[in-house]
Design a binder for this molecule. Structure first.
Ligand code: NDP
Length: 451
């Protein structure tokens, strides 16, 4: 039977675009892709990219202060949010176009429409048009989850953060994960008075405890009002402001940002009736090759809720295209994936935390905590943390955690060595690059503790 397409991809984000491009340009497949919103998906349009640009914007006040300490005559002015937002919008337009061109150049047919599934080989576009495909890839990503509390509609999510009409004077950020912690720092850097409310005892659950403590201390020292073991119970309009009722009191603010996790985008796709298996959070259950319980339907990226990071979705999309259209069966590798949290200070991390490694046999913990020369000279007390978790028997470095400026850049390079199976002795015989912060990674002689 002839199909309209060899592959139809639903979702034009990181995973879907990569899969479509490889299947078409390198696998010779006839590919169609549907995207209901802007091409590029969460990462490009309302996630990693605009977030990182906001991080950059928010770092300038400190830089200007430091420049003065270094002897420059400088004068910080006010931050013009509308000007930044306009430049950001232009940049996102440019990136969206780049994504479209990449797909077009690869020979992919773009459908700017929502698509749903009718059967294992048929999709229906919002216009009513139906299209058939031998394989269907679901790459619809995720969306913010906001708990159902009274007044929840008064809150915004990360989706809205890049389109604010004006920056608020005060903001309450709810949650303790990546997004909440990053936005708390961004808003604070932009001059907003920030309160971050988190229900647990320590933010950034799942990351190395020592690194979490280090970041919390730095964020608090900078002036972020962090309220732990506290939860929001209701939001009410209060004149032009919002009244936030929490388990330990009430406060007034101008903006409430909820960053309490994300859920897979599966609603209304028509999956339930097709026999595609869904997990507890609604995530699509797939095997190592990203294949669902229905053989012609695959899924990659956040909609599968495996490891919700753009580079992982890209790897999953690529592995799918290699497997199905290039005759190279490939499973995406989810082990030892490095990542960064763009708080201020930044966290770069790979592998096991100290807490995860304990119980895996004897381990050695190496740490260095110091004030980097650049900011120390400017009178700042900011400290950098470098930490290695080492298997005492095999000597392999099991984990590396860096808190400080450019930690994301540093962990990317350390990740190569760690992925290759480097031992502590491999780190040690690498001559330091001096004077840098990263040299501390190869000069830690004695373990801080053996556990
Ligand atoms: P996370 O799952 O990381 O964090 C959610 C936070 O909200 C947690 O602190 C959680 O608390 C809290 N929470 C959850 N439900 C409730 C509730 N009902 N009431 C109060 N608090 C609640 O999600 P994010 O939204 O921060 O990020 C989503 C994903 O996006 C991340 O998992 C990450 O993979 C990705 N991401 C990656 C980034 C990067 O690489 N730099 C940046 C941004 C996002 P608790 O800890 O108690 O469960």
């Amino acid at each position: 039977m002839g199909f309209d397409y060899d592959l139809f991809v639903i979702g034009g984000g990181s995973g879907g675009v990569r899969a479509a491009r490889i299947a078409s340009a390198e696998g010779g497949a006839k590919v169609g892709l549907a995207e209901e919103s802007r091409m590029g998906g969460t990462c490009v349009i309302r996630g990693c990219v605009p977030k990182k640009l906001m991080v950059y914007a928010s770092e300038f006040p400190d830089m200007i202060e430091d420049a003065a300490a270094y002897g420059w005559q400088v004068k910080a002015g006010a931050f013009e949010w509308p000007k930044f937002r306009a430049t950001l919008e232009t940049e996102l337009d440019r990136l969206e176009n780049a994504y479209r061109n990449t797909l077009k150049n690869a020979g992919v047919t773009i459908h700017d429409a929502r698509a749903t599934l009718l059967d294992p080989h048929t999709v229906q576009l919002a216009s009513g048009e139906t299209l058939t495909a031998k394989h269907i890839l679901i790459a619809t990503g995720g969306r913010p989850f906001v708990p159902d509390i009274p007044g929840a509609d008064l809150a915004v999510t990360s989706n809205e953060m890049f389109h604010l009409h004006a920056l608020p004077a005060r903001a309450v950020v709810v949650g303790g994960g990546y997004i909440a912690s990053e936005f708390a720092c961004i808003l604070h850097g932009l001059g907003v008075q920030v309160t971050q409310i988190y229900r647990g005892a320590q933010i950034l659950r799942g990351f190395d405890d020592e690194a979490r403590g280090h970041i919390t201390a730095a964020m608090t020292a900078r002036g972020i009002d962090l309220r732990l073991t506290c939860d929001v119970t209701r939001l009410d309009r209060s004149g032009g402001a919002i009244s936030v009722t929490t388990t330990i009191g009430t406060l007034e603010t101008d903006l409430v940002l909820y960053a309490t996790g994300r859920l897979p985008n599966v609603a209304g796709l028509g999956l339930e009736t097709l026999g595609v298996e869904l997990g507890e959070r609604g995530q699509i259950i797939v095997d190592g090759y990203s294949q669902t319980a229905v053989p012609s339907i695959y899924a990659v990226g956040d909609v599968t809720d495996r490891m919700n990071l753009t580079p992982v979705a890209i790897r999953e999309g690529h592995a799918f295209a290699d497997t199905v259209f290039r005759g190279i069966p490939t499973q995406a590798d989810h082990s030892l994936v490095a990542s960064a949290v763009f708080t201020q200070p930044e966290l770069g991390t790979i592998g096991l935390t100290e807490e995860q490694a304990i119980g895996n046999g004897p381990i050695e913990i190496y740490t260095a905590s110091f004030r980097p020369m650049k900011t120390l000279f400017a009178g700042r007390q900011d400290r950098v943390l470098m930490k290695l978790v080492v298997d005492a028997t095999s000597r392999r470095v099991l984990g590396c955690h860096i808190v400080g400026p450019e930690a994301g850049e540093m962990i990317q390079l350390a990740a190569i060595a760690i992925k290759m199976g480097a031992t502590k002795e491999d780190f040690d015989r690498t001559v330091a690059v001096h004077p840098t912060m990263a040299e501390e990674l190869v000069t830690m002689r004695k373990p801080a503790r053996v556990v």
